[in-house]
Design a binder for this molecule. Structure first.
Ligand SMILES: NC(=O)c1ccc[n+]([C@@H]2O[C@H](COP(=O)([O-])OP(=O)(O)OC[C@H]3O[C@@H](n4cnc5c(N)ncnc54)[C@H](OP(=O)(O)O)[C@@H]3O)[C@@H](O)[C@H]2O)c1
Length: 251
């Protein structure tokens, strides 16, 4: 069984461990945040190592979920084997920085939504292409690899888009509730609408603009809503927010 070491046992690691359940990996966790490590050990059969270095030593590949601000510094204290696959999910840590702190090991970077990966539906991005990590990530959703890091970094802004989409969904669900819908119904209606529409984009091979035009009847209510959003600059605000995120993560 392939052994994966996970450094940083917090929110993302917990979700990935759930998504990887039954995928054929032996998971070895770093000891800090002992409560979460113990829970993941009890619920998913992970092992907990005695130190971060023991994680690296036990693992074929190391998946890094350390805090974005301090993780690279922590990695620089550890010793990796030549060619050992190391995959970082830390937002804003580029390939060159990662490679510089893991010495002779083999660096790759990734981003994923997290929660959806726990259910096997979370897309991951990967740079550069790496068969070891493609197999690993594909257990929790579809994988898109990028040869060019600049494009990868632009794509990585989808991590923020994903998180923000929950805020957007909650906002709209609350609107329906405020009109008298029971909370469960409002939630199910909004979520299933978005899931259905996402399936349309994934399954149809018609151009995106054709599909968008075909669902917005001239003079109809969808056009009215879109026009209101455009008038308030609500659509443009997504560009502005994504531009800010891209700048933060190094694009
Ligand atoms: N959350 C997501 O869905 C998501 C998605 C994609 C990428 N990411 C990236 O994944 C990374 C982790 O995010 P997160 O949301 O999982 O954060 P988190 O919940 O804060 O988890 C980070 C974990 O690392 C631990 N840690 C800190 N310093 C450590 C050290 N020196 N050695 C071992 N463990 C250490 C923290 O322990 P303490 O709590 O004791 O400090 C915490 O348990 C970030 O770099 C983020 O950019 C997150």
């Amino acid at each position: 069984m392939t052994v994966i070491g996970i450094l940083g046992v917090g929110h993302l690691a917990g979700l990935m461990v759930r998504g990887l359940q039954g995928a054929g990996y032996r998971l070895v966790l770093s000891p800090r945040n002992a409560e979460t490590a113990a829970r993941l050990s009890a619920e998913h059969g992970c092992e907990v190592a005695a130190s971060n270095q023991a994680v690296v030593d036990a693992a074929e590949g190391v998946f890094v979920c350390l805090p974005a601000a301090t993780g690279a510094e922590e990695l620089s204290q550890l010793t990796f084997r030549p060619g050992q696959p190391v995959l970082s999910a830390m937002a804003g840590t580029g390939l060159a920085r990662l490679q510089s702190v893991i010495g002779p090991a083999r660096a790759a970077v990734t981003m994923m939504p997290g929660y959806a990966n726990a259910y096997g539906f979370g897309p991951s991005i990967l740079c550069p292409e790496d068969g070891f990590w493609r197999d690993f990530l594909s257990k929790t959703g579809p994988v898109h690899a990028f040869a060019d890091e600049k494009t990868f970094t632009a794509a990585a802004a989808f991590g923020a888009f994903s998180g923000a989409s929950f805020g957007w969904m909650a906002h709209v669900i609350h609107w329906f509730q405020s009109q008298g819908l029971p909370p469960d119904t409002a939630r199910a209606l909004v979520a299933a609408t978005l899931r259905g529409n996402a399936e349309v984009l994934l399954r149809e091979d018609r151009p995106l603009d054709d599909i968008a035009r075909s669902v917005v009847t001239e003079g109809g209510i969808s056009e009215m809503l879109l026009a209101t959003l455009a008038f308030s600059d609500g659509l443009h605000a997504w560009d502005e927010g994504l531009d800010r995120v891209l700048k933060r993560i190094g694009g």
